[in-house]
Design a protein around this ligand. Structure first.
Ligand SMILES: [Zn+2]
Length: 245
């Protein structure tokens, strides 16, 4: 699962094409129906950024190409014509020397639709924790904190691993109802998510607390870590039953 931090790395790679006139191809039939080559060829990308789990490529003329990588999508940067005949990518943006290639891009759309529905980006240069808090309070307060943190309309960018780690660091159980959780507690979890993900983007590795550590001991208190599916998508929550309340 590409999480927010791997998307930021992809965004950095794609910076190489900013300002160049690109040739556009969409070899994959599912992408071909979107007629992106007709609409984008010859335009210059003006910027590329990761917003939550979305990668946004802004083109001159106000067009924004949004890709969401879901489970298997991947943006690759390679030398121009570097992979002739090797599979059918969704999209190729070809510059003078390099080309950006999107593989398995289940969500690919032009313009800004969908982007506005996303919550504030946890990986923004200065994350807007107040705005995240407002969204977390606007949703049904019977929802569990661990479920709400994965809802990209409330906070964009937190994936399952960082949800687990942020809640563990904040000492907050993923099963607590939003309505039973204080603003300061939510803010603390959001800060931990932002801090940990930022560290990961910058290549600093931190010891994991609970993620994929079910049955092993909590590094803080020694209690065995538990795991169970949570939310509509049944994503696995990991938590320490002693120090996350
Ligand atoms: Zn513990």
């Amino acid at each position: 699962m590409p999480e927010g931090d791997s998307l930021h790395r992809a965004a950095r790679r794609l910076q190489a094409l900013v300002g160049e006139r690109v040739e556009v191809e969409s070899p994959h039939p599912q992408a071909a129906v979107k007629r992106l080559p007709e609409r984008l060829s010859g335009r210059r990308p003006e910027g590329v950024e990761a917003v939550g789990k979305n990668l946004l490529l802004r083109f001159e003329g106000g067009l924004v190409l949004r890709s969401h990588l879901r489970m298997r999508g991947r943006w690759q940067l390679r030398p121009r014509n570097g992979g002739r005949g090797a599979g059918r990518p969704w999209l190729v943006l070809r510059g003078a020397k390099q080309e950006a290639v999107l593989w398995n891009g289940p969500v690919l759309e032009l313009q800004g639709r969908g982007v506005r529905r996303l919550g504030p980006d946890v990986l923004a240069a200065s994350p807007d924790f107040d705005a995240m808090l407002v969204r977390l309070r606007e949703t049904d307060q019977r929802r569990e904190v661990g479920d709400a943190l994965l809802d990209q309309r409330l906070v964009a960018g937190i994936g399952n691993a960082w949800k687990a780690e942020a809640l563990w660091r904040a000492g907050l159980s993923p099963w607590r109802k939003l309505g039973d959780t204080g603003d300061d507690e939510l803010r603390s979890a959001l800060r931990e998510a932002a801090r940990g993900m930022r560290a990961s983007v910058e290549g600093r590795r931190e010891r994991k607390g609970t993620y994929r550590r079910a049955g092993r001991r909590c590094p803080r208190c020694g209690t065995p870590i538990l795991s169970r599916g949570q939310g509509d998508d049944n994503r696995i929550a990991y938590w320490c039953p002693s120090c996350q309340t």
